[in-house]
Design a binder for this molecule. Structure first.
Ligand code: GTP
Length: 357
């Protein structure tokens, strides 16, 4: 079985983080998200992965190479211009040998891919779509199906109060090769808005596989922080122990200012008077100064927090320096290598960092 992972998007909603790191390489608890996705594929015995990339592909290629270190085969197909979610699949056609999974590259989920494969074989359709139920389906693509699971209709982003169902497209598909016949080549095509409705109109069977799994789209900063909270608290099962975890946990154990859960890389330096946690991740080379406070935040690599600084519900990319007594307010997102001036007070939801020249 093969899998195509869609990793070509620009990740505009995660800017300025995605000016320096493509969204699939954004770390989830100190490991690039795409590495976690490949681990999940490996666990489901999928060893042949095609990455449909486009935006900043080199960062992805440099990290995974040909996949041999993961005991996988990783093939890259890079789009000159974005082809959309179906166009990207059509673009890798020459590498597809049979039924294949398609994964949106920014979904954190506990979905059991093996169970989905079993369901797909039982149903025998041209494709199976993973669905989940949400309280508010209006920002998503609703999928309507009958009792046997056969999909009859797609409704994209319905107005509030007019949602036909609370089951939404969760961004994982298992498709037969035949579906490629429904996608025109070299064109920007959306699978959810164009291809799936056309397949149904042609009388082909698509089936819904609705589960109660953990599911989160990492597209926005609030969701990125929520994902960390859920992993650190054990709500989303990932290979991270709740409590104090990471190679740096020994250094933090017994530290009077640390409130679990906190995950820290091996070489972090946290002053004895600093307060860190709950729900904080510190990447390699981070240092937290005297009387500084860091809560509910994710710090990538080499982030330096000055004495008396305060950071709450924020994301700080690699190489950020926060000056002494600076205040990084809730919802702030700070891009690579930005320096926050000593004593600066950021507005809630501040975005600091610009596109590279
Ligand atoms: P935003 O710009 O913030 O909307 O993010 P995005 O560009 O990643 O778009 P979106 O979240 O809708 O994309 C969902 C998934 O599909 C992500 O994993 C993207 O990388 C991927 N994706 C979106 N458009 C394309 C495309 O044109 N080509 C490829 N190969 N992947 C895409």
């Amino acid at each position: 079985m093969q899998a195509i992972v869609l990793v070509g998007g620009e990740g505009t909603r995660l800017r300025p983080l995605t000016y320096g790191t493509p969204k699939p390489m954004v770390p989830i608890v100190n490991v690039p998200f795409l590495a976690r996705t490949l681990e999940r594929l490996y666990a489901a015995e999928i060893r042949d992965v095609i990455l449909a990339a486009g935006y900043m592909p080199q960062a992805i290629v440099d990290y995974f190479g040909d996949g041999s270190q993961l005991d996988m085969k990783v093939t890259y197909v890079i789009e000159e211009t974005p082809l959309g979610t179906a166009g990207a699949i059509k673009n890798v056609e020459e590498h597809i040998t049979g039924p294949f999974f398609v994964l949106n590259g920014d979904i954190l989920t506990s979905l059991d891919l093996r169970a989905m494969r079993q369901y797909h074989h039982e149903k025998g359709g041209i494709g199976t779509l993973h669905l989940i139920r949400v309280d508010d389906p209006s920002p998503f693509g609703c999928v309507v199906h009958d009792e046997a699971g056969r999909v009859s209709r797609f409704v994209e982003k319905p107005p509030k109060g007019e949602e036909p169902t609370n089951e939404i497209n969760a961004g994982t598909y298992l498709l037969e090769r035949e579906i490629l016949d429904y996608i025109p080549p070299n064109k920007n095509v959306s699978i959810e808005r164009e291809t799936f409705p056309q397949v149904i109109a042609a009388g082909k069977a698509l089936y819904a596989h609705t589960t109660g799994d953990y599911w989160l789209d990492l597209g926005r900063p609030e969701q990125y922080l929520a994902a960390h909270r859920d992993v650190l608290n054990g709500t989303m099962p990932l290979a991270v122990e709740p409590g104090l975890s990471g190679d740096g946990s020994e250094a933090l154990r017994g530290h009077p200012g640390v409130i679990a859960p906190v995950h820290a890389a091996a070489d972090v330096v946290v002053d004895a008077s600093a307060k860190v946690g709950p729900n904080v991740v510190l990447g390699r080379g981070c240092s937290i100064g005297t009387n500084a406070v860091v809560r509910e935040s994710v710090l990538w690599e080499r982030v330096s927090v000055g004495a008396g600084a305060f950071i709450e519900e924020a994301i700080l990319a690699s190489g950020v320096t926060v000056g002494p007594k600076a205040h990084v307010s809730k919802g702030s997102v700070i891009g690579h290598d930005v320096s926050v001036e000593p004593g600066a007070v950021l507005e809630p939801g501040a975005r600091l960092g610009s596109a590279p020249p």
